[in-house]
Design a protein around this ligand. Structure first.
Ligand code: HEM
Length: 213
């Protein structure tokens, strides 16, 4: 297989960023499965995937740490591109054009559109909530330092943030599949000129200008 990039393609993610993203994604799937297994008896059978109940309980918080630490690197790398700009608020005001695929009526989009940016902030908030509440309810190491009331509140917060994050990631995956050509950006690292021009025109102009230099 040739590693040479085609002429009409633009690099969207370097290999390190892609590996970083997939570490976050794989740990998220493992966390959702193990977390749901611990959440309700009807889903306890999912613990079989992790070597039984005790192992699920041991592994879940450690996988959580892997996801949070991996996301800190990913978030730090992509933070700058996710800052809301005036054009993003206009994009949100024209949400009807977005869902009806009238992209030409929208303001030009940079590396990420306003929907992606808001989702990014939702992920950040959920991860902060999950990390803080997760520490409080981590029986093996930290729960002894907190009162029962605090532990109860943290359990609720943990479940709430997990629910919001799972919904957010379902939207994220749906959008990745809906916008044809996006998944390739995170697997191969490149997108076509056509994809970039149609969905992220401002970024297309910047990226091709940099490529020409
Ligand atoms: C599990 C399956 C997942 C799939 C198939 C997937 C797919 C993708 C794709 C295709 C992109 C590139 C979008 C673009 O460049 O326009 C992307 C970007 C991104 N993904 Fe995922 N992803 C998954 C899980 C996750 C999870 C669990 C997280 C975080 C908890 C996450 C966080 C991100 C972030 C932060 C970006 C960059 C977009 C931005 O910063 O606004 N992804 N993902």
């Amino acid at each position: 297989m040739s590693t040479e990039r085609k002429r009409d393609e633009i690099v969207r993610y370097e290999p390190a960023t892609r590996i970083n993203h997939w570490i976050v994604a794989i740990s998220f799937v493992l966390l959702a499965l193990s977390g749901l297994a611990l959440f309700h008896p009807a889903l306890f059978w999912l613990t079989n995937l992790f070597g039984g109940g005790p192992w699920t309980r041991i592994l879940h918080p450690f996988i959580g740490l892997v996801m949070v630490i991996a996301f800190v690197f990913l978030g730090a790398k992509l933070w700058h591109e996710n800052v809301m700009q005036p054009r993003d608020w206009q994009w949100l005001r024209q949400i009807k054009d977005v869902v009806n695929n009238r992209e030409d009526a929208l303001p030009e989009v940079g590396k990420y559109n306003a929907g992606q940016k808001l989702l990014f902030y939702a992920i950040v908030l959920c991860l902060i909530g999950l990390l803080l509440s997760g520490i409080v309810i981590w029986r093996a190491y930290f729960a002894v330092y907190f009162s029962v009331e605090v532990i109860r509140f943290a359990s609720l917060l943990h479940a709430f943030c997990a629910f919001v994050l799972i919904c957010a990631i379902i939207v994220h995956i749906y959008a990745a599949i809906w916008v044809k050509g996006s998944v390739k950006a995170m697997t191969r690292g490149t997108v076509s000129y056509g994809w970039a021009w149609k969905h992220h025109r401002l970024w297309f102009r910047e990226a091709t200008r940099a490529q020409r230099k």
